[in-house]
Write a protein that binds this ligand. Sequence first.
Ligand SMILES: *Cc1c(COP(=O)(O)O)cnc(C)c1O
Length: 227
Amino acid sequence: MNLAERLAEVDAGIADAARAAGRDPGGITRIVVTKFHPVSIVEELYALGVRDVGENRQQEFSEKAEAVAAHEDLRWHFIGQAQTNKAKAIRAAASVVHSVDRAKIANALDAAGGGDAAALDVLLQVNLTDDPGRGGVAPVDLERLAEHVEGCRTLRLRGVMAVAPLDEAPAEAFARLSGYADRVRAIVPDATWISAGMTADYPEAIDAGATHLRIGSAITGPRPEHG
Ligand SMILES: *Cc1c(COP(=O)(O)O)cnc(C)c1O
């Protein structure tokens, strides 16, 4: 299968899962994760109509976004661990940052907005495992972080994001995420987005209410070797 065929196959899978869950596929944003692939794949995806792309490492994110900056309607989603000293570069290219997991990174992204009137859409990444090394705010700290981000003038809190644990059925993990999304919405009523679902688990994520899917290899093919 080529890129166009894989994209069509995933989109058909999204439509099927949405129908099975009684949801409108139009309410689901499919982000294509292009990490480790050359920028040429972003151009090919753009030509196929893709307008949402994601990267998890700041340098690759910034380089690719810069290389295709002429496509002004392409939205870049930053989905990786964000470091405070890279906040300015991330903010410069991002439409959405999915991985706000502590007050410090929220503050750095907010400061990087400067006098910019346009708010940056952000999601709170929640850790669905017991391992703090996996990234994401611990559920017990979620409300405090939501209140903090709500107070950041140039950030707009849109919802939550998570990666399913490796050792648990994704449906169970995403059911918990849906409860965390409700807790954030109790603080910020428009924080309605749920970013969840990758190649291996996007049907389960759709069933659990995901609004933003981050799909890489099912569309791009296997990732090239990297160091
Ligand atoms: C790489 C990555 C994805 C996409 O993974 P696939 O399994 O290739 O679909 C999604 N989310 C995050 C945070 C990633 O790093």
